[in-house]
Write a protein that binds this ligand. Structure first.
Ligand SMILES: C[S@@+](CC[C@H](N)C(=O)[O-])C[C@H]1O[C@@H](n2cnc3c(N)ncnc32)[C@H](O)[C@@H]1O
Length: 103
């Protein structure tokens, strides 16, 4: 698993630009302590960054969450910033993965 060239590096870490679904696959399992993200929303209006259709959103977010789960260390945290009205998506994913979420 190799990562692409970083955008920049500081004493605190390294930034990469790319499709997170692909970049997550290149990280070692159980290697990340914190994932903090504001992912695309399932909006009715199309965004220039290409958000998925509402009916496809749960599958898209579920795939993303599963990739995050693979790289998170056992004591790691996953902070997901979603609009409150998207709670139904989180409920659906929590039910399908037998997991819990906290507001
Ligand atoms: C809801 S916006 C987040 C905005 C950000 N919180 C801010 O305040 O600027 C979602 C962002 O995710 C990016 N994005 C969409 N699909 C992505 C993907 N597959 N991998 C990485 N970033 C993605 C979009 O370009 C957009 O900037």
């Amino acid at each position: 698993m190799t990562l692409p060239n970083p955008l920049y590096t500081t004493d605190y870490g390294t930034a990469y630009v790319g499709d997170s679904l692909l970049l997550l696959d290149r990280l070692e399992p159980d290697s990340i302590d914190l994932v903090l993200t504001s992912p695309p929303f399932a909006l009715q209006r199309k965004k220039t960054y290409g958000n998925v259709e509402q009916e496809d959103y749960v599958e898209w977010l579920l795939e993303f969450c599963q990739k995050v789960y693979r790289v998170l260390s056992p004591t790691g945290s996953f902070v997901l910033d979603l609009k409150v009205r998207l709670e139904s998506y989180l409920t659906c994913i929590a039910n399908r993965t037998n997991s819990k979420y906290v507001f």
